[in-house]
Design a protein around this ligand. Structure first.
Ligand SMILES: C[S@@+](CC[C@H](N)C(=O)[O-])C[C@H]1O[C@@H](n2cnc3c(N)ncnc32)[C@H](O)[C@@H]1O
Ligand code: SF4
Ligand code: SF4
Length: 380
């Protein structure tokens, strides 16, 4: 790839004009749509799946997607449950793209095949976030590189930008460093983040020791500042560190306004944790604007996509400025002939891994991130 193209990719997530519109008008930036409640896994920290419910029909999903677009939403993040278990997932992606959404999909990756990746790419999917918590499966989470590494080759020549995201808890922390290293060493923007706050104590996991978690977050902040492809903003890393320290953070939650969720029953949700019974088809821009306010659940909030989008809207110069500086630090490495030749620490798991899986640039087309308000996608 030409050097200028490579450098362009580093900044392609910043369509300042388009994202700027949503920073200053009253319309929403992003909607996370649950395309199904069903899931093929059972992660111990997850409360976001329910196999007793049927998939929503393609017709219903299309109706809700049209409405979400009519509200002026730029980006749509297809989530679940596990989105790939929906039989019409390719058609759902195609429809979102036809309506002009910047479109991402978050998946545990277990159902990915070469054919499905090609179909999703053909449908126009711009960003895929694969969740990987560990190197090998455990009773807490099966989402590991043991399953995902062989599948990375499907993205070798794909236009889909790939991100890796992991959850940190006591079970995964000993492997979080290796997860980060494995993603980054392949050129894939990678992030691991703390398990959400759990006020109702519904998660079946131990969160981990505070000092160890803090050390790990600190190390990610350091690496982010050095320009490594940590797939989240420094603001969110700092926010997580403050959570661990019990420090108050001043922010105004924009969930329900700049970003919102739609359940697999078509219900309007403020965020993944705060639900309403109102149907998305009945929601107006005034309803959204009414959610532009501080919320009683803000202290300790772990819905990082909401925190991220909120901080971006509140402090765009500060948040984007730091991100642009971090990305600019990658440019000298691109000029070096040995650029990208980092150690592969996965050889014991997958020594026959093809070269295409080793080097990928996950910020190819400037599409949206599933879960990060910093990377603002192209025009929707
Ligand atoms: C609910 S899942 C849905 C998509 C897909 N099934 C997956 O696992 O990627 C969306 C994302 O939320 C993360 N997640 C689920 N429960 C969480 C929790 N309690 N704390 C932090 N992240 C969580 C998952 O790891 C995943 O990255
Ligand atoms: S794969 Fe995703 S939806 Fe399924 S249980 Fe795990 S986190 Fe929840
Ligand atoms: S503060 Fe957090 S939990 Fe409360 S509405 Fe906002 S995003 Fe949701």
């Amino acid at each position: 790839m030409k050097l200028l193209d490579k450098i362009g990719r580093e900044f392609s997530g910043y369509n300042i004009l388009e994202s700027g519109k949503r920073l200053f008008d009253r319309r929403p930036l992003q909607c996370s749509l649950y395309v199904t409640d069903r899931c093929n896994l059972d992660c111990a920290y997850c409360t976001e799946y329910d196999n007793s419910r049927p998939h929503p029909s393609l017709d219903d999903l299309k109706k809700w997607i049209r409405k979400i677009r009519e509200l002026g939403t730029m980006r749509i993040a297809l989530v679940g449950g596990e989105p790939l278990v929906h039989p019409d997932i390719v058609e759902i992606v195609r429809y979102c793209r036809e309506l002009g959404f910047a479109t991402s999909l978050t998946t545990n990756g277990f159902l990915l095949t070469r054919k499905l990746v090609a179909e999703l790419e053909d449908a126009g999917l711009q960003v895929m976030q694969i969740s990987v918590d560990r190197m090998t499966p455990s009773p807490i989470t099966k989402k590991s590189f043991k399953t995902i590494l062989p599948k990375l080759d499907y993205f070798r020549d794909s236009k889909i930008s790939l991100h890796i995201t992991g959850v940190i808890c006591a079970d995964t922390l000993p492997e979080s460093e290796a997860v980060l290293e494995t993603g980054l060493s392949r050129g894939i923007p990678t992030e691991v983040r703390l398990v959400h706050a759990d006020p109702l104590q519904r998660f079946r996991v131990d969160r981990g020791r505070r000092e160890e978690l803090e050390r790990f977050i600190d190390s990610m902040i350091e690496r982010k500042r050095r320009g490594e492809k940590i797939h989240t903003s420094e603001a969110i890393l700092n926010y997580q560190r403050s959570l661990l320290r019990g420090e108050h953070v001043e922010w105004t939650c924009m969930a329900g306004y700049k970003l919102f969720f739609v359940s697999a029953q078509g219900k309007f949700w403020i965020c993944s944790m705060v639900h309403t019974d109102k149907h998305i088809m009945d929601v107006t821009l005034d309803d959204l604007y009414a959610n532009y306010r501080k919320k009683s659940c803000q202290e300790g909030c772990g819905v990082y996509c909401a925190v991220s989008a909120s901080l971006l809207v509140e402090k765009p110069i500060e948040v984007l400025g730091k991100e642009i500086i971090a990305r600019a630090k990658r440019v000298p490495a691109m000029l070096s002939p040995s650029s990208g030749s980092r150690t592969d620490n996965m050889s014991s798991l997958n020594s026959t891994e093809p070269e295409g899986a080793r080097k990928m640039n996950g910020s190819r087309n400037g599409g949206p991130s599933a879960d990060d308000g910093v990377t603002l996608g192209k025009s929707a």
